[in-house]
Design a protein around this ligand. Structure first.
Ligand SMILES: [Zn+2]
Length: 380
């Protein structure tokens, strides 16, 4: 046995002894929980049972005062003692801790927003199929306190619910991913950093497989610059269709209803996928027109390619060559843009056209660009 293993098993023994004493079960039952694969630390170090117990003694807000407990099964200041089942009570707390760990820790400058009672429901839905499929308000707060997350009272009203410091957007994302009957997020910009890893680890545990890699919390993301997105969000206050469009877009980002459009091309692609009114489409064309007019020369927009083929043409007339045909989606998505090249010596011809009546009226090719290098701009 290596010294690390020795330290680890000594830690488990001390934890088992402490947990057995604290919850009133026997050592063997407590040890079985300490060794449960779900409690070995999925997004970080194993949460120590002694630390959990100490939290109820020492924590500045939920630690006990004199001989009086402050936190119980129903929450803060609720007069309900803990009920331990001696079977998986520790494993439950470990799982709730993991669930809370997947979020980005809230900066100390921001005040906690997420109510423990709604977070408890999110935890239950996320941890469905595990021993923590039922989570009490008190245990949710306990795990958050043990993890050192910021915690605050609601208006000091003495109620059982507290506010927990995890990012609201990330919570909304998880809530909508796991709660039954809700429309799932289509944009993943607010997915908590540990979300995928924890889902995978839980599935591996459920399948009896070892949990593969250790998770490393990513450094705070340095966002790629997205000047078009930033500019669009900034138009939300305008009292005209562009303003309405921009504020709907901002709302869709806030609620993860759709992803970020970093460029006008991505906005067109996004609108191809979302249902929208013709008014919204016209406003989007105005948005794109205004954005392009700010640049000189205008880069125009490109749409996605849908097919391309090259046919070799040989030995006939002037010599060998090929004929190329490429197709792209038209901006509205119902038709296409076609690009053709006859690369045959003596018969060189290049052409492109829009095969969609609606888009032909609404867009035109930028002048001064080669056929290969085409780009569109809106027509008004
Ligand atoms: Zn079209």
């Amino acid at each position: 046995m290596t010294s690390d293993n020795h330290t680890h098993s000594r830690g488990l023994q001390q934890d088992a002894r402490a947990w057995a004493h604290f919850t009133g079960c026997n050592y063997t039952a407590a040890m079985r929980q300490m060794q449960d694969p779900l409690a070995q630390g999925l997004l970080g170090d194993r949460i120590s049972a002694r630390h959990l117990i100490a939290t109820l003694d020492d924590h500045a807000m939920v630690g006990q005062v004199g001989d009086d407990f402050v936190l119980g099964e129903n929450g803060f200041n609720a007069d309900t003692q803990w009920r331990f089942n001696h079977k998986d009570d520790y494993v439950q707390l470990a799982l709730i801790t993991e669930m809370l760990r997947m979020f980005t820790p809230l900066p100390g400058t921001e005040s906690p927003e997420i109510g423990s009672y709604s977070l408890k429901h999110t935890a239950e839905a996320f941890l469905k199929g595990t021993p923590a499929h039922y989570v009490t308000n008190g245990r949710l707060i306990w795990a958050a306190a043990a993890l050192g997350l910021p915690i605050a009272e609601y208006n000091s009203d003495g109620g059982p619910n507290l506010r927990i410091g995890i990012p609201e957007h990330e919570h909304d994302y998880v809530y909508r991913m796991v709660r039954a009957g809700l429309e799932r997020p289509q944009g993943h910009h607010y997915r908590p950093p540990g979300y995928e890893h924890l889902r995978t680890a839980l599935a591996q545990c459920a399948a009896g497989e070892p949990v593969a890699d250790r998770w490393v919390r990513p450094a705070p993301a340095v966002e790629d610059p997205a000047p078009f997105h930033d500019w669009l969000i900034a138009q939300a206050d305008r009292d005209e269709p562009i303003g309405d469009f921009a504020s709907d877009y901002a709302e869709g980002i806030r609620t993860s209803a759709h992803r970020i459009a970093r460029t006008p091309d991505e906005l067109v692609l996004l609108l191809n996928e979302l249902s929208h009114s013709s008014g919204a489409w016209d406003a989007a064309r105005e948005v794109i027109g205004e954005w392009l007019s700010r640049m000189s020369p205008s880069p125009g927009i490109r749409t996605i390619g849908t097919s391309g083929q090259v046919e070799e043409v040989g030995g006939y007339g002037a010599g060998r060559g090929n004929m190329e045909r490429r197709e792209y989606r038209c901006p509205c998505g119902d038709g296409r843009i076609v690009e053709e090249h006859d690369n045959i010596p003596g018969f060189r011809e290049h052409g492109h056209w829009i095969e969609c009546d609606k888009c032909r009226a609404e867009w035109r090719f930028l002048s001064g660009r080669s056929v290969y290098d085409w780009a569109l701009e809106p027509v008004f």
